[in-house]
Write a protein that binds this ligand. Structure first.
Ligand code: PMP
Length: 401
């Protein structure tokens, strides 16, 4: 028997519920159960061939060695260009760091800046990893509920009320995982007005879904709306979602040089650098033809429209229309208290999601994202499967008493 004792930081956190739900769906499928897996948070599209070719060529050219800790000059240049194009701000070379996915960048940024119960404001519903990443780094997540009636968005009043002298960060994520909600210029301006009064509060803006955007107006960002706050805004992004490159593991952070320096110092002791061939491919993706994104967004939008309409046609469910990303976060309050054909009462969104799993659809319960009763389904799966999942959800709801 092993006498392994996990460190306190491990016992404080739980494994990612979305990764766990996806693994459970895979297991059931492997065991022969007919499951439509709607848990997956990654594009069903393949990485574009032109990008793959650059990765392969990099390997063949011997681009297989350590790179600078903060990423190759070519990739940092691609990031700098993209940021300038999107925000109008030209970031210096010492303001950009590349890591093994946006997930790692967020984790290391928190590691570099949070300890001793420093508070991190996390609007709920949130991406499942934020609270555990804060806990792992000796911080205190401060969850602020942002109900559907507020468009799942943080209001200036709620932000003001959540700030204390111990607040270190506000985390914003738009378009949001799980709701697809995004802030308008005026909503961000109102948040920035609050932040003006609290200069000790920094903003981490996770913009990983920024290319998956369905509205006619451009997606806003606090960096664009409040450039005067740039010296305490940290922008997180990556290539995973936009270019269907989840497995290449390239994400980046852009922000104040002292924070980037601290991140680089940690990375130098942690990973040395992200994979060299992945960086070559990521730079090519960002600098090359962007029509892949336009094509994917067209398909995501069709699926969104179909799925939102299908869910809203189910009397027990309702679903607001996401502005971006590839998730739906339907409200399932109408099923709470109903009884399944097996005689089990559905008491919460976890019960509902387990019932959906028995009905052949894998989804994730809203409690995992900090706002119930909801569930998350991903439309990053084939259009046929989205249609089949909607049929199964409708049939499952119709069978409730
Ligand atoms: N932020 C959000 C909101 C996400 O949904 C994800 C992926 N699920 C990430 C960051 C991490 O992306 P990656 O590490 O693949 O770059």
């Amino acid at each position: 028997m092993s006498n392994f004792q996990p460190a306190a930081r491990v016992t404080r956190i739980k494994p990612s519920p979305s990764v766990a739900a996806a693994a459970r769906a895979k297991e059931l499928k492997a065991a022969g159960k007919d499951i439509v897996d709607m848990t997956v948070g990654e594009p069903d599209f393949d990485t574009p061939d032109s990008v793959k070719a650059v990765g392969i060529a990099a390997i063949e050219a011997g681009d297989t060695k350590y790179t600078p800790v903060n990423g190759t000059p070519a990739l940092r240049k691609a990031i700098r260009n993209r940021m300038a194009q999107r925000t109008g701000i030209t970031y210096g070379d010492d303001q950009i760091s590349v890591g093994g996915g946006a997930k790692q960048i967020i984790f290391v940024a928190l590691m570099a800046s949070v300890d001793n119960d420093a508070e991190v404001i996390i609007p709920a519903p949130y991406w499942v990893s934020y609270p555990d990443m804060v806990l792992a780094n000796e911080g205190k997540p401060v969850i602020v509920s942002c109900p559907e009636s507020d468009g799942f968005k943080l209001s200036a009043e709620a932000l003001e009320a959540a700030i204390t002298p111990k607040t270190r960060w506000l985390i914003l994520n738009a378009p949001s995982n799980p709701t697809g909600a995004a802030y308008s210029d005026s909503e961000l301006k109102a948040l920035a007005d609050v932040l003006d009064r609290h200069p000790h509060v920094w903003v981490m803006t996770d913009e990983i879904y920024d290319e998956i955007w369905f509205e006619d107006r451009p997606l806003s960002s606090i960096v664009k709306v409040a450039p005067h706050l740039a010296d305490r805004i940290f922008v997180v992004n990556g290539v995973s979602k936009s270019y269907a490159m989840t497995g290449w593991r390239i994400g980046y952070g852009v922000g104040p040089a002292p924070l980037i320096g601290a991140i680089n110092k940690l990375q130098s002791q942690m990973s040395s650098c992200p994979a060299s061939m992945s960086q070559a491919a990521a730079a090519a993706a960002m600098e090359g033809d962007q029509s892949f994104i336009t094509d994917c967004v067209k398909v995501y939008k069709q699926r969104r429209d179909f799925a939102v309409a299908s869910i809203n046609a189910i009397p027990e469910l309702s679903c607001s229309t996401p502005s971006g990303a590839f998730y739906l976060y339907p409200n399932c309050s109408g099923v709470i208290g109903k009884v399944t054909p097996e005689g089990k009462t559905i008491e919460n969104d976890l019960d509902f999601v387990l019932y959906l799993l028995d009905s052949g659809v894998a989804a994730i319960h809203g409690a995992a994202y900090g706002l119930s009763p909801h569930f998350r389904i991903s439309t990053a799966t084939s259009t046929d499967l989205v249609e089949e999942a909607c049929r199964r959800i409708a049939a499952a709801c119709a069978a409730l008493k």
